[in-house]
Write a protein that binds this ligand. Sequence first.
Ligand SMILES: O=C[C@H](O)[C@H](O)[C@H](O)COP(=O)(O)O
Length: 245
Amino acid sequence: MVSPISSSPVLTQDELKKIAAYKAVDYVESGMVLGLGTGSTAYYAVNRIGELLKQGKLTNIIGIPTSKKTEEQAISLGIPLSDLDTHPVLDLAIDGADEVDTYLNLVKGRGGSLLREKMVEGACKKFVVIVDESKMVKTLGGSGLAMPVEIVPFCWNFTAKRLERLFSDAAGCVAKLRVGDTGKPFMTDNMNYIVDLYFKGEMGDLKVVSDEILRLAGVVEHGMFIDMATTVIVAGECGITVKNK
Ligand SMILES: O=C[C@H](O)[C@H](O)[C@H](O)COP(=O)(O)O
C-alpha cells in the first residue's frame, strides 16, 4: 500500500531517502540492540536515532555500526556502541541498498561497506531496508551498475579475471578494480580491495551465482544480500511503500 507523503510537487532524491529513513526509525524501540547501516540513506536514520536519544524519546539503545564511517557518526551523536562479539543477536538493523529486486534481494556495497554490513545484518531478527524508488529493479545486476565483490589485495588481477571467467558462458561480465580518490585502489575498512562486476545480461539463479563467487579463493564476500531483508521501505513521488517478506 502506498501512503502519500505530501502535496509538494517534486521531492529530491535526498528528501526521499530521509523520508524512508525516518519511517524506518518508527520500528525502533527503547532497549533494542540496533545494526546501524552505512551510506547516504542510512545516514539519516542514524541521525534520527541520535536525535530521539537526545530528546529522551528512545532509551537504552545499543548500536552496532557497519562501517568506520557510521561508527564515527554514531559516536558524534552519543549513541552507545557495541560489537558482534558482545551482542551476537541484534533486534533490528536499518540500512540502505543500491538495488532491490521484486523478491527483496539486494545489491549493496557501492559505498564499500558490504562485509561488515552482511555480518551485522545477518545477525538481526529484523532487517529494514530503506531506499528511494530509483533503487527498485526487476532483477539484480540488471541496472547495468556495479555488483561489488570484496577481495584480498594479493594478486587481485588474478581474482578479477577468475570472476569474469565465471560468467563467460552465461551473462558475461566485466570486472573492474575500484579506484579511490587518490588514484590508488579503494581500500575497505577491512584493508581489502573491491572489484565491481558489470553484467551484460541477467545473472541467473542468485544462490548459484553467490556460491560460485564465494568458492573462489581470494574472494572475501560479495554484495548480493539474498533473503536477508525482512522489510523494504520505498519512498517515491507518490508516497511510501512498505514491502514485507
Ligand atoms: O557500501 C555501501 C552500502 O551498502 C550502502 O548501504 C549502499 O551503497 C546504499 O547507499 P546509499 O544509501 O548511499 O545509496
